[in-house]
Design a protein around this ligand. Structure first.
Ligand SMILES: NC(=O)c1ccc[n+]([C@@H]2O[C@H](COP(=O)([O-])OP(=O)(O)OC[C@H]3O[C@@H](n4cnc5c(N)ncnc54)[C@H](OP(=O)(O)O)[C@@H]3O)[C@@H](O)[C@H]2O)c1
Length: 249
């Protein structure tokens, strides 16, 4: 049987670790030509090597998604090389935790730039390339924190509520071009994400919660993304909220 994504071009941001790396591997295993984007080029190249060793196709782009010029160059290159884009996985993200009262507001600003503004800009820049596809699809990785906000994650929740709202309006706008929009909202996943938390007490508390709930693995989220992008083009999986069995809130 032919692999379901043969001939599709997929760009995954934040592909150097965690959920993004797992998504890239899953899409490549189903035949997609994957473009891996993030800042750590060595990590991207190691993953691309693994994908090629497994018989897939992958290339790498060193990009800071918070820099609009770098994102512009990224989509320019995709257009030049492939002439279209079928799947964009907007996954790059960071996490900072603090009480609102104690916030380092520069960290909030950076988090909104990476988690929300960069995703909005990438969606905007990708539209012409997605319209050139017969199966254009944007998958935005939000969070369960984009559905229900907890202390001390007000800033992170704000960025992810933003992603959920943006995705809803985007879907309503672009379905007329045959472009699908899916928002995936994971609960706790075992990745490098806690490394961004600079407050050592909050970081230790987060790691404690992670070990209590038996977190999901990046592959679990990649399977959800894979499900959405392999449905018939008439089907738009709008939203996937996916959490560990033992995570209460
Ligand atoms: N882990 C969880 O529990 C969880 C739950 C819900 C949602 N999420 C979301 O899932 C997404 C992936 O996170 P993860 O858990 O897989 O964490 P991760 O392992 O830390 O991966 C984050 C990825 O984002 C990239 N990234 C960060 N800043 C970037 C920038 N300025 N430009 C380009 N790439 C950047 C990182 O690459 P470089 O550092 O190489 O640039 C890395 O590849 C995030 O949007 C996160 O909010 C995670």
């Amino acid at each position: 049987m032919q692999k379901p994504l043969v001939g599709r071009v997929a760009l995954v941001t934040g592909a150097s670790s965690g959920i993004g790396a797992a998504c890239a591997e899953a899409l490549a295993a189903s035949g997609a030509i994957v473009i891996l984007a993030a800042r750590r080029l060595d990590r991207l190249e190691a993953l691309a090597h693994e994908i090629r060793r497994a018989g897939g196709e992958a290339s790498c782009l060193a990009v800071d998604v918070a820099d609009p010029a770098q994102q512009g160059m990224m989509f320019g290159q995709v257009g030049q090389i492939h002439g279209k884009l079928d799947i964009l996985v907007n996954n790059a993200g960071i996490l900072t935790l603090s009480l609102v009262a104690d916030a380092d507001t520069a960290q909030w600003r950076r988090m909104i730039e990476v988690n929300l503004l960069a995703l909005m800009e990438a969606s905007h820049l990708a539209l012409p390339l997605l319209r050139a596809s017969k199966a254009g699809h944007i998958v935005n990785i939000a969070s369960d924190a984009g559905r229900s906000a907890n202390v001390p994650a007000a800033g992170y929740a704000a960025s992810k509520f933003g992603v959920v709202g943006f995705s809803q309006a985007l879907r309503r706008e672009v379905h007329r071009y045959g472009i699908r929009v899916t928002v995936v909202e994971p609960g706790m996943v075992a990745t490098e994400l806690p490394n961004h938390v600079t407050d050592q007490t909050l970081r230790a508390a987060l790691l404690g919660r992670l070990s209590e709930v038996e977190p999901m693995q990046p592959e679990d989220i990649a399977a959800a993304v894979h499900y959405a992008v392999t449905q018939p083009v008439r089907v738009n999986v709008e939203e996937i909220l996916i959490r560990p069995l033992r995570q209460e809130s």
